[in-house]
Write a protein that binds this ligand. Structure first.
Ligand code: GTP
Ligand code: MG
Length: 592
């Protein structure tokens, strides 16, 4: 499962919270619940589902909205499971429509509203303009699909597979051609690194730089919805064979650390098929089922068939590759309408648990997400991580390294996995293929220690920590929150949190680890220098002078090791001096 192509393609999203058909009655009910609750609910990430309630029927408003408010106010933060269920339900009431760029927004909405209330819509650009339209009720989607036509008139024949990916046709002679687009689209993939560096250089503190980076890179509400919608569209294909299956996103699409443009990891869940594990007594019937030699063989055959369907029948799915002999078999393809690189897996429950764990850690303290974003971005800028599989450190490994570092602070910022397991209730119990994957899912049960370190301090200490970590002897272990003796000779050993005999960074070779360590040394040093560690004046046409985090993201020719041989001859401080010199020269060039 590797990362996606790094957001080079410009996908544009236009977030128009579609308060198209709010009835005054629903609004007045809202006022009765009080301004504070309303303000609170609008501030939450879940804003749109609340708006959906306002727009849906009066009955829906009173039950759905209240339960949404209560659950959030009581629990503080939703569990990943709750979030997934809500998002999946929204996705099932949604359609994806390819539009012309000249589409008239008002007419478009009026036309679609014939099928029922629209609770949310937005436009984005990805090889053309698309609209995600979410109806208040499922019946509206059925009604819309009934009214849609099969494409005709082309020299190519179409596979008659009906999906919720549609095209808008405009046969009206008046406003069909050459109209300027009224659609307000805005870029949705990450801003280029050069622009990010400029933005960060304008900030007045490193703490602000770090939060600004996370804000610029994190997944938006719309992007997250689109990810669930693509899973839902894929589910419609898989449902031809397994009507009760679900397809859920996992990995960075939902763990809170996703960057715009990251890949879409999907998990085809056939365990949710009811009746599978029912305890039988007395007379009963059971399904006759074909048997295979192993669970792995079943996974491979399911993915092979679904992969074939995606390839042959899936509209918008291109470049399908079945990688069935991998440790974790998968089907990889590009979903063109969304621009997502997709990895579909099945029977990958441990990865789902890792996702849940990362989501939990990320939700415990805002510094966790901010630091993970920063380190991931820094690593990518210097080629420590890559979208191409290889001997590089993966984003997953890097995230575990950040978590470990945060567990090692004094007092710790986040608890150990063993502690989270001890807090688990009966409903949290989970054993997957003999591995104990139990940990608490309720945020309220977790008490944090009062560590008040700033992000600036943490970033600098992170680099210091790994610049001097005894990688040759010790293993990183977030279960214990302590380094352990290395059980094997791999250059970097990070214990898999759930399959504890495995090393999640087994792929990393010595030179990649060296590169990482050397970059940590240099970055730590740079943050301590007054020239690079404090805001600098300047600016003008060439933009503000890079400082702090912005300096650390500059793809430098000097930073890092060109070859291990060269490094031995040239001490680290010499390379750092060289880097400073090159920065000075750059700034002088800009000013001149
Ligand atoms: P990016 O795609 O790089 O943005 O990050 P990601 O976290 O989504 O990583 P990736 O797509 O490589 O993997 C998806 C998910 O699979 C991760 O978030 C983990 O939950 C899980 N995963 C990936 N690699 C490993 C591994 O080596 N061991 C375990 N246990 N889980 C892994
Ligand atoms: Mg991923």
């Amino acid at each position: 499962l590797s990362a996606a192509v790094d957001g080079t393609e410009r996908m544009r999203l236009c977030a128009s919270f579609g308060a198209t058909m709010a009835s005054s009655f629903a609004v007045s009910r809202l006022h009765m619940r009080g301004k504070t609750s309303f303000a609170k609910c609008l501030q939450r990430a879940d804003t749109t589902s609340t708006i959906s309630c306002v727009l849906s029927s009066e009955k829906n408003l009173s039950c759905w909205m209240v339960s949404s408010l209560l659950s959030d106010e009581k629990n503080g933060q939703k569990s990943l499971h709750t979030l997934q269920v809500e998002r999946q339900e929204q996705a099932e009431r949604s359609v994806l429509i390819s539009c012309q760029s000249s589409t008239n927004e008002k007419k478009f909405l009026k036309y679609l509203s014939k099928h029922g209330e629209i609770s949310k819509y937005f436009f984005y650009e990805s090889y053309g303009v698309y609209a995600v339209v979410e109806f208040a009720k499922q019946e509206s989607v059925s009604s819309l699909l009934e009214g849609a036509a099969i494409p005709g008139g082309s020299h190519e024949s179409a596979v008659p597979f009906k999906s919720r990916l549609l095209s808008l046709r405009n046969f009206s002679p008046v406003d069909s051609q050459n109209q300027p687009s009224g659609l307000q689209c805005q870029p949705q993939t990450t801003i280029p690194i050069s622009e990010l560096i400029k933005r960060l250089s304008r900030e007045k503190s490193i703490d602000k730089q770090i939060t600004s980076l996370a804000e610029a890179y994190q997944l938006t509400e719309e992007n997250s919805r689109l990810r669930f919608l693509v899973c839902s569209l894929l589910k419609d294909i898989a449902a031809a064979y397994f009507p009760e299956c679900t397809i859920k996103p996992f990995g960075s699409s939902v763990n809170g650390f996703g960057k715009l443009g990251c890949d879409l990891d999907m998990f085809l869940d056939v365990d949710s098929i009811s009746g599978r594990n029912v305890k039988l007594s007395g007379l009963s019937l059971e399904y006759q089922m074909k048997r295979a030699n192993s669970e792995r063989a079943v996974t491979q055959s399911i993915l092979s068939v679904i992969g074939e369907c995606v390839d042959q029948f899936g509209p918008g799915c291109v470049g399908v590759q079945k990688i069935l002999n991998a440790r974790c078999p998968l089907v990889r393809f590009a979903h063109q309408p969304s621009g997502f690189q997709c990895d579909l897996t099945a029977n990958n429950r441990v990865a789902m648990k890792s996702t849940e764990l990362l989501y939990l850690y990320g939700g415990l303290d805002p510094r966790v997400r901010n630091l993970v974003f920063t380190v991931r971005c820094w690593a990518r800028a210097h080629g420590v991580t890559s979208s191409i599989p290889g001997a590089w450190i993966t984003n997953f490994s890097l995230t575990v390294m950040v978590l470990f570092f945060l567990q090692k602070r004094s007092p710790p910022i986040i608890p150990t996995l063993d502690h989270l397991r001890d807090l688990a209730g009966p409903a949290d119990k989970s054993v997957i293929e003999g591995n104990d994957c139990t940990f608490v899912s309720n945020f309220n049960k977790i008490r944090l220690e009062s560590n008040t370190e700033t992000l600036e301090k943490l970033l600098s200490e992170f680099f210091e920590f790994y610049a001097t970590f005894p990688f040759s002897r010790m293993s990183i272990n977030i279960r214990k929150g302590k380094e352990q003796n290395k059980p094997e000779v791999a250059p970097l050993h990070i214990q898999n949190p759930f399959e504890t005999s495995l090393n999640v960074s087994k792929n990393v070779n010595a030179s990649q680890l060296d590169r990482f360590v050397s970059l940590c040394q240099e970055s730590s040093w740079l943050l301590q220098q007054s020239e690079t560690g404090t805001p600098r004046g300047g600016g003008g046409d060439g933009g503000p002078t890079p400082w702090g985090l912005a300096t650390l993201l500059l793809p430098s020719q000097v930073a890092g090791i060109k070859s291990r041989k060269k490094r031995r001859r040239e001490p680290a401080s010499e390379r750092i001096k060289g880097l400073l010199e090159s920065l000075k020269n750059k700034n002088q060039l800009k000013k001149s």
